[in-house]
Design a protein around this ligand. Structure first.
Ligand code: C2O
Ligand code: CU
Ligand code: CU
Length: 538
């Protein structure tokens, strides 16, 4: 730990010494109406692209009637092609950033919110200092400068607020957007592009009668994770995708706080998955339905050529259950909720704990598609999409002793290896030697036979993408069978849904960068409740 503090201090000293020069070189910094600038632009970094992201509180006309207060990120390109940033002024979502692998980018984050905040690049392999750890949060009026090279392969990544204790609320208010990376391998493929390559951000929100976003402060709801009663697509309540009779590439991101989707076409067509968190799969995979947990991305290829102009198709979330041993029994007992009328509050949700009119595990429409145009374009899904070299256990630094991360919930807290999040609290088992491959596992009650207070947890690690080796399961097969055919585990991942009673084993590289990298549950309420820790890579 001390070494890490020293490392940070050395970096700070180095940065302080060049800051005056940096200001002379980057006069735009002075014109920004900022207070402090955290993290100076460095002289030896020559960006291909420079952008400014400004966070501010604005009112947005989402519905007829009163405008909705949201926290919006506006983007502008200071250097480079203007297509790097796509702002959507009618959505609370942050702009979509599009860069190519190998490009160097400098991002000026300007916080004009009445609160601390910091942005994290989810799924990107960037230096620790550029990763948006909560310790780098900046205050109102301040700015932070990120500089990094895009090292990731082509894929659908995203970025979002990562502010200590309020990540859920800040993302809910709007602080999240897509970060799409291209590369030569992907561009060479014959996949739908331009207007036929469509990002679909799926979220759930609740609004009051004045059209204002409603968040929850109920502990019981936080234990479950927030569930809204309205599905928003790309920040819109009434989104319909108009398509032509040809193939599309849909980039799905589950940007919800805690809601898990089990996506299926309402005409029974299987889903063709072409990419996951870390980009293209080796070859397309066909599943009857697709599980999409918070923070996960999946790209699907869908061909509407057999559809009639004027017809409609819906991607729905269909029924599933998550815990045979019951969230409700487990939690009610564990938390003493029954005494406070817990069951009543749990409402009709299959998972319990929700008073959303869209219970998790229920059946409801997610994305409406209307076929509006004839197209004679003929598409064929490539049989081979990319080359993925499987990581090998034999190459792991710890091949005989996997690092186990035990997930648990009790007494109003959500824990990793029995610990809650604390800044600067690295333990022995959280120190990882740099440039090693680690064999790791998430254990969600597997060794308890799925008993106890179990919930699904979408587990995420910062830094490089990992590969899933296997899932092992002990528990009620009835509920497990309602989801397991939709768990696509191939390719590169940064977030994995760990079901109650499950153990997921994976291999994760920790190359190139030393410093702090987080691992946490991406159920944002769990994350804010402390189901998050830091690794120190050194
Ligand atoms: Cu999506 Cu710690 O992040
Ligand atoms: Cu992340
Ligand atoms: Cu969780």
């Amino acid at each position: 730990m001390n070494e890490n503090i020293n490392f940070q201090r050395r970096k700070l000293l180095k940065m302080a010494s060049i800051s005056a020069a940096a200001i002379t070189l980057f006069p735009s910094l002075l014109t920004a109406k900022t207070g402090k600038i955290n993290n100076q632009a460095s002289l030896d970094f020559n960006p291909d692209v420079e952008i400014r992201l400004t966070e501010e509180a604005i009112k947005l006309p989402i519905f007829a009637g009163p405008k909705t207060n949201v926290w919006k990120v506006r983007g502008e390109v200071l250097k480079g092609d203007s297509s790097v940033i796509t702002n959507d002024d009618n959505s609370y979502l942050a702009p979509t950033i599009r860069l190519s692998k190998g490009q160097k980018v400098r991002i000026y984050l300007q916080n004009n919110l009445p609160a601390n905040s910091i942005l994290h690049w989810h799924g990107l392999h960037v230096p620790s200092k550029m990763d948006g750890n909560p310790m780098y949060a900046i205050g109102a009026g301040e700015s932070f400068i990120y500089e990094f090279e895009v090292l990731n392969r082509a894929g659908t990544y995203w970025y979002h607020a990562h502010t200590h204790g309020v990540t859920a609320k800040q993302i809910y208010s709007g602080l999240a957007g897509l970060f799409i990376v291209r590369d030569a391998e992907e561009q060479a493929l014959d996949l739908p592009r331009g207007q036929f390559d469509v990002p679909i951000v799926i979220q759930d929100r609740s609004f009051d009668s004045q059209n204002q976003l409603q968040y929850t402060s109920h502990m019981m709801q936080k234990m479950q994770g927030f569930l809204g009663d309205q599905i928003m697509i790309n920040g819109r309540p009434d989104f319909t995708l108009s398509v032509a009779t040809r193939a599309y590439r849909l980039r799905l991101l589950n940007g919800s706080n805690s809601r898990i989707y089990k996506l299926a076409w309402d005409d029974g067509t299987p889903i063709k998955v072409i990419a996951t968190d870390g980009g293209l799969l080796e070859r397309p995979e066909t599943v009857p339905y697709l599980m999409l947990a918070p923070a996960e991305r999946r790209e699907i290829w869908v061909d509407f050529s057999s559809k009639k102009v004027g017809s409609e198709l819906t991607l729905r979330s269909t029924e599933f259950s998550v815990g045979g041993h019951g969230m409700m029994g487990g939690m009610g007992g564990g938390m003493g909720m029954r005494g406070r009328g817990g069951m009543g509050m749990m409402g009709g949700g299959m998972m319990g704990g929700s008073n959303s009119s869209l219970p998790s595990g229920g059946d409801y429409p997610v994305l409406k598609i209307r076929i509006t145009k004839k197209s004679s374009h003929k598409d064929k899904l490539p049989r081979r999409l990319s080359k993925i070299t499987p990581l090998q256990i034999a190459d792991a630094d710890n091949k005989n002793s996997p690092r186990r991360i035990t997930l648990s919930m009790r007494h109003m807290s959500a824990l990793l290896n029995g610990r809650s999040y604390k800044m600067n609290d690295i333990r022995e088992d959280e120190i990882i030697p740099v440039n090693t491959l680690q064999l790791m596992e998430f254990d969600n009650g597997y060794h308890r036979g799925g008993m106890g207070m179990s919930m699904p947890h979408p587990m995420h690690l910062h830094g490089e993408q990992f590969q899933i080796l296997k899932r092992e399961y002990s528990g009620s097969s009835a509920s497990y069978n309602s989801v397991n055919k939709g768990l696509v585990d191939s390719g590169w991942k940064d977030t994995v849904l760990v079901m109650p009673g499950e153990k997921v084993t994976f291999l994760k590289p920790f190359n190139d960068f030393t410093g702090i990298f987080m691992y946490h549950c991406h159920n944002l309420e769990h994350e804010d409740m402390g189901m998050m820790r830091d690794f120190l890579v050194k």
